[in-house]
Design a protein around this ligand. Structure first.
Ligand code: NAD
Length: 298
């Protein structure tokens, strides 16, 4: 008989991840507050659930893919949540990007009921969720990581156990800081090229193989040069991640000067209606400041 897995949170990321688990042969019990998302997965062969209780009645392993810390707290610890009805020994694999301290707080409550949890946020976005090639960053116990590894092998190209509970999300915040600051640096550099009368496309072609070259540059510079800011990864999601990074930094006393500055740019972009744009739209902040558009001639 196929192993039963619960899956809660069927959004941009959760939907294709759940579909990959279905394709791999798991019996998948799915729940989301949006019924249309549950119906779509049911049409693909999943077992639709109207309550979280229906999941805990059937599954000892439950994956969650939710927006942020409050959503995970509600689903796991809230009224009618996983912790109320899950059997002791149940393993929660939270793949949402949330605050590391929230992961630790949630796990502390779960321990009282004998429920296990790993935090396992991902990088790679919707295309890699569809391909099953996400980069997965895990926090938790080795034995729980080992137990979840077959799922990670289906959903991702890599899964690294970074440390104890919360470490996966600390790793994800590090990733998000580096990505945001890279996009800001790229914007600043391309703007200088444009205003100094040099074709920014040629600059990109000339430097992408050198030390400044990066995955971020290869993915985002072409979008910027075309003025294409279709998401990808939305400004509003990056605000959420940097807010979690700044909160974590405040708790442990880390100076995050550049992160704080880029956060102001993102907040401005949100205010002027760019919250749903790709984070490469950080360029628009610079363009507004300089009253100059960065566009390739080629
Ligand atoms: P999303 O908003 O598309 O999906 C979240 C889903 O959770 C929605 O279907 C929503 O209805 C559901 N949900 C919310 N509250 C719920 C509740 N109480 N009970 C049940 N379901 C509930 O978000 P997403 O883009 O799929 O992102 C999920 C997580 O993955 C986020 O933490 C995000 O930061 C992270 N992430 C996203 C990307 C990306 O490119 N979109 C990339 C890497 C990581």
């Amino acid at each position: 008989m196929a192993k039963k897995i619960g899956f809660i949170g069927l959004g941009i990321m959760g939907k294709p991840m759940a579909k990959n688990l279905l394709k791999a042969g798991y019996a998948l019990y799915v729940y989301d507050i949006v019924k249309a998302a549950v119906d779509e997965l049911a049409a693909a062969g999943a077992i639709p659930c109207a309550t979280i209780r229906e999941i805990t009645d059937n599954c000892d392993t439950i994956v969650t893919m939710l927006p942020n810390s409050p959503h995970v707290k509600t689903v796991v610890l809230g009224d009618g949540g996983v912790a109320q009805s899950a059997r002791p020994g149940t393993l929660i694999v939270d793949m949402s990007s949330i605050a590391p301290m929230a992961s630790q707080e949630i796990q502390k409550e779960l321990v009282k009921k004998g429920i296990r949890m790993v935090d396992a946020p991902v990088s790679g976005g919707e295309p890699k969720a569809i391909d099953g090639t996400l980069a997965i960053m895990v926090g938790g116990e080795q034995a729980d990581y080992d137990e979840a590894k077959p799922l990670f092998d289906i959903l991702g190209a890599s899964a690294v156990l970074v440390g104890p509970i919360g470490s996966g999300n600390t790793c994800k915040l590090t990733n998000q800081i580096i990505v945001a600051l890279n996009i800001a640096a790229l914007s600043e550099g391309l703007l200088l090229a444009q205003m100094a009368g040099t074709d920014p496309r040629k600059v990109f072609d000339a430097i992408k193989g050198g030390l400044a070259g990066s995955t971020v540059m290869n993915a985002k510079a072409p979008m910027m040069l075309e003025g294409n800011f279709k998401p990808g990864f939305k400004i509003d999601l990056h605000i959420k991640d940097l807010a979690n990074a700044l909160d974590t930094a405040a708790a442990v006393g880390t100076p995050l000067m550049l992160t704080a500055e880029v956060m102001q740019m993102l907040q401005h972009l949100h205010r002027v209606g760019e919250g749903q744009s790709d984070h490469s739209a950080i360029l628009k902040f610079y363009e507004k400041m300089a009253d100059t558009e960065v566009r390739s001639e080629g």
